[in-house]
Design a protein around this ligand. Structure first.
Ligand code: ZN
Length: 245
């Protein structure tokens, strides 16, 4: 079974279309949250996700929860807050219904725990170091955990002796799970990458081969930037897409 793993779409439907096209046919599609926020096409992103027959799981992220006014907007910087207000005003009934029914953490099978941010704090915590990852291994029981939120593709491995290390997850460097080590894996962001590579990121898990492949795909960044400006959203949110930061 091939499972497509996406996260942090952030209302960038141009990037989402391209990522889904590059992914091709999958048996299941898992989205780790933050479908909306920052970008210009929140309703279009929800509609495109719902149009995927393979969509099996979609978590809620901090921006989704903020757009639904389920969490305080105080934790966001000024530009993110402006985008959340704009998104809140744009969301149609269909999108609101979909986003409001999402869990923030889920264990779909014996292999995986899924959380938007971290298993310890599914809404807010950034897993950006082996030390933070180490603490989080105590907060799930499965061998594998998938997270988004940092927008940086990464693999954190906890060895049997308890040591934890981190590495970047990149195309051409597949991860074959053939040991008893436990891992926290971030596929990166579809709609707002922050690792210096502006291309949309996603991953594919092949459950028969027990293998992850990490993908990057170029999309029409300028098209999304034009839509951000046309919507009256902060221009910095357009600029950062060009840098992948
Ligand atoms: Zn995000």
């Amino acid at each position: 079974m091939r499972i497509g793993i996406i996260s942090d779409i952030h209302s960038n439907v141009v990037a989402l279309e391209r990522a889904l096209e590059a992914m091709g046919t999958v048996d299941a599609l898992w989205c780790l949250g933050d479908v909306v926020g920052y970008g210009p096409n929140p309703n279009e992103c929800v509609a495109l996700l719902l149009a995927q027959p393979s969509l099996q799981i979609c978590l809620t992220g901090n921006h989704d929860a903020a757009a639904l006014e389920r969490v305080s907007w105080k934790g966001f910087n000024a530009h993110a807050r402006r985008a959340i207000q704009w998104t809140h005003d744009q969301l149609n009934r269909h999108s609101l219904d979909f986003l409001s029914e999402r869990p923030d953490k889920l264990q779909p099978d014996g292999d995986f725990t899924l959380a938007h941010a971290s298993p310890r704090d599914p809404v807010w915590e950034y897993i950006t170091s082996p030390a933070i990852a180490r603490a989080n291994f105590e907060h799930f029981n499965t061998p594998l955990c998938l997270v988004g939120h940092s927008h940086v593709p990464a693999i954190y491995t906890r060895r049997e002796d308890g040591r934890v290390n981190g590495q970047t997850a990149a195309p051409g460097l597949p991860l074959v799970v053939a040991d008893k080590d436990r891992r926290i894996i971030n596929p990166g962001s579809v709609g707002q990458p922050r690792d210096g590579d502006p291309r949309a990121a996603f991953a594919i898990w092949d459950s028969d081969q027990r293998r992850f492949d990490f993908h990057r795909v170029a999309y029409d960044v300028a098209a999304t930037q034009r839509r951000i400006i046309a919507a009256g959203l902060p221009s910095s949110l357009a600029a950062r897409l060009g840098f992948g930061r």
